[in-house]
Design a protein. Structure first.
Length: 334
């Protein structure tokens, strides 16, 4: 029992495609008589369903059924109809490829009429199929680059060579070991053949070395050094203040022992000695305050250096010295 297409009124390209479909499955393709239970039986059912859809102009649903039928049971008639279906959907590149496959299959089976039909249609359709040429710019890492169109790898030997693609938008990706990946959207149609050159891919950071090790926080060491300097300076100032204090005591005793002063009443020489005592005492007070403040600051810096804060925090130490007093402010800023 052969397969036949019911004649329907069609115009333009659709009518010619149906006519070609009838030729493709006429007496040259007795598929039904060749069907056997199993995958080939399912292939025949899919073929019949697809042919019915094509008669109604529903090529979008017919093409997947024909493709599945062809994968289950490759037949020249199925290839011819699938090529016609692709052509009707505007998928000229897919139609071109399928016409050529059908031509080769028909030649192997000595079906000269179908071979000629496929050859003629391939010549027309392939000339209309949009082309895309993908190449990679000269670069040091070119031997590592891999190029893919919609995740389909483009063989290296095809770089720079035009190849047919169905009209539409594609994603072009390039990547490689140790290189930063690159991608771009490419629109391909019959009016604008695409030529795309992948740019130079930058070297990526070496992942094998792991994340960069942050520089050690040396603030603890710096704080301890500052502690030594500040503490030593404070001790030196304390020593100077103590010397002025001793001088004040000695001068006070000398003034009282010289009888230049009797209690709070002094002659000119006594007034001079008493003034020197007061000056030495004032200097001693200030020097001792500053020196003790320096020593305390040094101790605080040492303690902070022993417990250095995290790099994200900050520490401040601010001494304040008045004439007869001192203070030390220590804090941390987050």
């Amino acid at each position: 029992m052969g397969r036949h297409i019911k004649a329907t009124k069609r115009t333009g390209a659709a009518a010619s495609l149906v006519t070609l479909a009838a030729l493709a499955v006429g007496p040259l393709c007795p598929l039904a008589s060749a069907q056997t239970p199993g995958p080939t039986s399912r292939a025949g059912e899919l073929f019949d369903e697809a042919k019915t859809m094509m008669d109604k102009g529903n090529f979008a649903e017919a093409c997947p059924k024909l493709a599945e039928s062809e994968s289950l049971d490759p037949q020249v008639g199925t290839m011819l109809n699938l090529a016609l279906c692709y052509e009707a959907l505007g998928k000229t590149a897919s139609g071109c490829s399928m016409w050529r496959d059908a031509e080769a299959a028909a030649a192997r089976k000595l079906q000269s009429d179908r071979e000629q039909l496929a050859r003629e249609r391939a010549a027309k359709v392939c000339s209309r199929a949009p082309q895309i040429a993908v190449d990679v710019a000269p670069q040091s890492g070119r031997d590592r680059v891999e190029v893919a169109i919609n995740d389909v790898l483009v063989p290296r030997e095809r770089w720079g060579t035009s190849q047919p693609l169905d009209p539409g938008e594609y994603e072009l990706r390039a990547s490689g070991a140790g290189l930063r990946p690159w991608s771009s959207k490419v629109v391909v149609d019959e009016q604008h053949p695409a030529v795309v050159v992948v740019p130079v891919l930058a070297e990526a950071p070496d992942a094998s070395t792991g994340p960069a090790t942050p520089a050690p926080d040396r603030r603890g060491q710096h704080l301890k050094t500052a502690a030594w300097v500040t503490g030593a300076a404070g001790l030196a100032v304390v020593a100077v203040g103590a010397a002025f204090g001793v001088s004040a005591i000695v001068n006070n005793v000398a003034a009282n022992g010289s009888h230049n002063c009797v209690r709070d009443i002094c002659n000119a020489a006594g007034e001079s000695d008493r003034q020197r005592v007061i000056e030495d005492a004032n200097v001693a007070d200030v020097m001792l305050a500053v020196g003790v403040g320096g020593v305390a600051t040094g101790v605080a810096l040492w303690l902070l250096g022993s417990h250095a804060p995290r790099p994200s925090s900050g520490v401040y130490v601010q001494p304040a010295v008045a004439e007869r007093s001192w203070s030390l402010s220590v804090g941390r800023v987050w």
